[in-house]
Design a protein around this ligand. Structure first.
Ligand code: CAA
Length: 286
């Protein structure tokens, strides 16, 4: 089936990633419907987007009129049925297979037959998620990086049954969002996480092995390896819970010891020290 012209984008889940994706969509001129489970969470996401667009206005990177037009093109809902008119729906909910399967099954009944369904999963199999849809050919991965409005890459992931039309349409949307899309297949971790997850886990092992402080490890990797931010700062940004979950998912599939999350970070997760969003991870945030 030919892919539809993409005018209206739905984003399901407006956490840090979903809100960032919705921001990109409205900045690129798409009518955007954001769905959260409560009105409060939806408003929080809109405030976040409004804040970052205001910063652009403050820095004269955007006019007030453009900001207002962009914000007016974002509508919020708690009702999945309101995504019925979308040409593309991007899922950015919790990284658990069960809820994702349930969501894709429901979306299947709500959207038009030609609507493209994309998942922003970072470590789950797009093919497994697509199996919840009666038209798995319309399902692809669109994997954005954190923070989505700033990181240029989007991985366009072809699952076993994805159609060329769906992959090409997602690629074109990625480009229109101002990203540098790449095409890849549905292998564990796709491209970046296949490399970055074990690398971050190595960084964590070095913390214990060389008894370096998180501050000094961050300095080592920024000043000595040219990373834009150190590994501990990055893990606090991404979320220690997100990293542990992704490490476990990739370890389960690949059985490579370096993929397994080191005990130190699992303990941090269990203690609720999950980074910026909880106010404390390797560092404290007020
Ligand atoms: N959303 C939207 N806008 C944001 C934002 C966010 N989360 N964070 C910052 N901004 C805006 C702000 O308005 C900010 O300007 P002000 O501070 O004046 O308000 C503006 O962007 C610039 O922000 P920074 O000064 O912080 O930008 P920077 O030049 O220092 O770069 C960075 C920040 C791009 C994040 C850079 O530090 C970087 O590249 N870090 C590495 C990040 C990385 O590796 N991400 C990948 C993580 S792995 C992943 O995501 C995979 C996965 O599956 C989990």
């Amino acid at each position: 089936m030919a892919a539809p012209e993409i005018r209206r984008i739905g984003v399901v889940g407006l956490g840090a990633m979903g809100a960032g994706i919705a921001q990109l969509a409205i900045e690129a001129g798409y009518e955007t419907v954001g769905r959260e489970v409560t009105d409060e969470l939806g408003s929080k996401a809109r405030d976040r987007v409004a804040h970052f667009l205001q910063r652009k206005v403050d820095k004269e990177q955007m006019t007030e009129a453009v900001r207002e037009t962009a914000l007016a093109s974002l509508s919020l809902t708690t009702d999945l049925a309101d995504l019925g008119g979308c040409d593309l729906v991007i899922e950015a909910i919790v990284e658990d297979l069960g809820p994702k399967l349930e969501l894709f099954g429901e979306l299947d009944r709500i959207v038009r037959p030609d609507t493209i369904l994309a998942t922003n999963t970072s470590a789950l199999s797009v093919t497994e998620i697509a199996a919840a849809s009666s038209s798995p050919q319309r399902v692809v991965g669109m994997h954005f990086f954190n923070p989505a409005p700033l990181m240029p890459l989007v991985e366009i992931v072809r699952a076993e049954l994805s159609s060329d039309e769906a992959v090409d349409a997602a690629f074109a949307v990625g480009a229109r969002l101002g990203k540098r899309p790449i095409r890849c297949h549905d292998t564990p971790g796709f491209v970046v996480n296949r490399v970055l997850i074990p690398l971050l886990n190595d960084c964590l092992r070095v913390l214990d092995e060389s008894r370096v402080s998180p501050e000094d490890l961050d300095t080592a990797m920024t000043a000595g390896a040219g990373w834009p931010m150190g590994p501990c700062t990055l893990l606090d940004l991404v979320g220690i819970d997100v990293h542990v979950h992704a490490s476990e998912a990739l370890y389960e599939k690949l059985r490579e010891p370096r993929m397994a999350p080191p005990p130190r970070i699992v303990a941090m997760k269990n203690a609720g020290l999950i980074g910026r969003k909880s106010g404390r991870g390797f560092y404290r945030y007020d």
